[in-house]
Design a protein around this ligand. Sequence first.
Ligand code: NAD
Ligand code: UD1
Length: 344
Amino acid sequence: MTNRVLITGGAGFIGSHTALVLLEQGYELVILDNFDNSNPKALDRVKDLAGSKALELVEGDVRDPTAVNRAFDNCGSVEGVIHFAGLKAVSESVTNPLRYWDVNVNGSRVLAATMEKRNFRTLVFSSTSTVYGEPENFPLHEEMPTVPVHPYAQTKLAVEQMLNALCRSGNWRIACLRYFNPVGAHPSGRIGEDPLGIPNNLFPFITQVAAGSRKKLNVFGSDYPTHDGTGVRDYLHVMDLAEAHSSTLNHLLKQTSPHQLTLNIGTGCGFSVLDVIRGFEEATGLSIPYQLVSRRPGDVPKLEACPQKAKNILGWSATRDLAQMCRDSWAWQRANPTGYRDVL
Ligand code: NAD
Ligand code: UD1
């Protein structure tokens, strides 16, 4: 029996942390990545941190059946596939929807078709809490309506639907994980999130302000119906998310009949933008200058998970708090002011 896993997009933010957790659990990994939004250095550091060389890279595009077949050829046989390769920028998905349908949906289709042909039928898929749209009732349960309001979320929901149909058609074991807001970094500060250009997301922006490479944070919206008027999100430490993947994979591998699972992966605890600024300042002793500005188009007031189903089924729940998310994000930023690159 092999203990080999194929990870698409394994050089990215979540993929690299998950690769580390799996290597530490004794899995052998094959990573398929085209480095569209990542750097091969991340994988060197993952191997260093794990003290393991059981990680092989196949550089290629998940939409290309030849590259996907090459990755499987390198695996010989795999126990499971974790599919991170995809695009995640909401605003880009609005201006360039075809790219999102191509990479996210067509990429997943090519991967699933290749898996089916080769009779590998165990898959964990990266979905998103944005499939819930602009919900009004919290916390969010998996059975609540999905109302994706932009192409990014629409493509993720389309893949969930394609995978659910596959499960009904044959002997697949598939889990769709709806991540809330992954942040933080490995506590070593050696791997982390490395956005290109001006960061869109809150944590990378805050750490760049803390480092002095940006003057101040714009807080997008202070008139939301939340406890202090700023947007509330369910932030989740990326190491907790990485561990959720290994728990999910281990759960799927125990199933002896077709299995379909959709799980929220969050903490169940929402923080506003101002809560995060205060939390970061307390955790690091640094000050974050900010100004309140108008809402960012496309933002919703609040997202907060009910994480109970993941706890019941996987026995997994998040263990790291906001202070640790802030400390580890800052440790990564401080040690790698230009990310994995030589210049920002
Ligand atoms: P990331 O951009 O850091 O990682 C994605 C990886 O996929 C990168 O290494 C990139 O080079 C690779 N990739 C992109 N297109 C590819 C292609 N066509 N072929 C092969 N490789 C390709 O993003 P992340 O934050 O690690 O997210 C991983 C997955 O989780 C994505 O599918 C994303 O949509 C999803 N997700 C992320 C978040 C988040 O907040 N980070 C939230 C919900 C869901
Ligand atoms: C965004 C995406 C989401 C994607 C995730 C990871 C949108 C609408 N959603 O989530 O689909 O999966 O990133 O890529 O783009 N904020 C500020 N100032 C900033 C940055 C953010 O105030 O400079 C606020 C936002 O308004 C929001 C909160 O911080 O209230 C979190 O924002 P962000 O980190 O971008 O995550 P999401 O918008 O939740």
